[in-house]
Unconditional design. Structure first.
Length: 399
């Protein structure tokens, strides 16, 4: 039998032959009622033993664990958002005995309901590198986030042990990835793109509050994230500190590079692209005020020939080289071509390789790292002894 301490009244049994997905939705709608394995199995037309095994195989957790997760998730929301007595919350989520509920809650969450209600700890999960970067800038280490030594080396190296649950990707439509997220038991989930309705339903049914970020600019994204977590004051402090750093770096770079023209190139396969994304646009050409070719003031990713590049003939080149073998071979051969060697930037030794991380990411942490890297690259002055201070309000820059 499914373990429960339910209140009175049974669930309706007039639904027959439900699929596992339907029965999971049914449990989400009736979690506050006294549910048993026999009752749920009857709705599917399966034997209790076979139903229990099939559910666990399909969803990676037992029926009991799923129901408990729903009940505790709803209880967490009520403890934070209402002034209900503990006994009333217990009954509303399916427990007639408030003391049993308290023991169960502490086992699942790690603290008693009264302590949770008092502190209302914000356990926040991120579903993208951008969300992770904005949370870290706010001083919040997420309990779950996409983490990979190849695709997010910075976050992996510095936060691998502090981010407890490592998502395999940003795609929550993959069942294993969604299970990992739910296992972290976050209170909030920050997302930067729309999620399918079935995924949203499972997240909401687990008591997780969605913070959907809509803004295009990283400042707006950070502010929306902060507002959802009641951290707006910290957000504004961070942005003000960044603006001061950017202004000081701009003055220092102006002394170092003057009116030199910059161009950013992306090399992929055997093609060269004139390239500018949101990060390079915001940091290089707006915050730092570097001089660029007119096409690069907006976002662009246009193929360009060596002849066309020679016509621009920039003073400095920033190079994003894709890491695959074909691209590396082309890059080696490109450096031996006479047209390349005649470029002003090449002759002056002003060709700078920049990595995809952080230059392909767009978050507060990423733009701060870009600013620091440009200052070090062009002046030889490092604003910080290590990248760790990016977590939280950035430290003062030394020029």
């Amino acid at each position: 039998m499914l373990e429960h301490k339910g209140n009175g009244g049974g669930a309706s049994t007039d639904i027959k032959g439900m699929s596992l997905a339907e029965i999971r939705d049914y449990m989400a709608a009736h979690f506050h009622e006294p549910l048993t394995i026999h009752h749920l199995a009857k709705l599917t037309g399966l034997s209790p033993n076979y139903f229990g095994e099939a559910f666990k195989k399909a969803y990676g957790q037992s029926v009991l664990d799923y129901i408990t997760g729903l009940r505790i998730g709803q209880a967490k929301q009520m403890l934070c958002d209402t002034d209900l007595y503990l006994r009333d919350i217990a009954r509303r989520v399916g427990y007639s005995d408030e003391f049993y509920f308290s023991r169960k809650f502490k086992k699942e969450v790690g603290v008693s309901p009264s302590v949770y209600s008092r502190d209302c700890r914000r356990r926040v999960a991120a579903v993208s590198p951008e969300a992770t970067g904005n949370l870290l800038a706010l001083g919040i280490v997420p309990v779950a986030a996409p983490l990979d030594p190849k695709w997010s080396p910075y976050y992996y190296y510095f936060y691998e042990s502090r981010i407890k649950v490592h998502l395999s990707s940003s795609n929550l439509e993959h069942e294993d990835n969604l299970r990992k997220l739910l296992s972290a038991k976050p209170d909030y989930l920050v997302v930067h793109s729309a999620l399918p309705e079935p995924v949203i339903s499972r997240i909401m049914n687990s008591g997780i509050q969605l913070i959907s970020v809509k803004a295009e600019h990283w400042r707006g994204q950070m502010r929306e994230t902060a507002a959802g977590l009641e951290q707006s004051a910290s957000c504004e402090d961070w942005i003000r500190s960044y603006d001061i750093r950017a202004l000081e770096a701009r003055k220092s770079l102006n002394r170092a590079v003057g009116d030199d023209i910059f161009v950013t190139l992306r090399v992929s396969g055997d093609e060269i692209y004139l390239y500018s994304n949101r990060g390079t646009r915001d940091v290089l050409y707006q915050d730092l005020g570097l001089h660029v070719h007119s096409k690069m003031r907006g976002r662009c990713n246009e193929p360009i020939t060596l002849e066309q590049l020679s016509g621009i003939n920039p003073d400095r080149l920033l190079m994003l080289i894709c890491p695959d073998a074909v691209t590396r071979m082309f890059w080696l051969s490109l450096q031996n071509r006479e047209e390349w060697k005649r470029l002003e930037a090449v002759k002056r030794g002003h060709v700078y390789l920049i990595p995809s991380n952080p230059w392909f990411e767009y978050s507060a942490t990423a733009v701060n790292r870009m600013l620091e890297e440009m200052l070090l690259m062009l002046t030889g002055k490092s604003p910080n002894p290590s990248p760790v201070p990016v977590h939280g309000v950035p430290s003062a820059i030394h020029l």
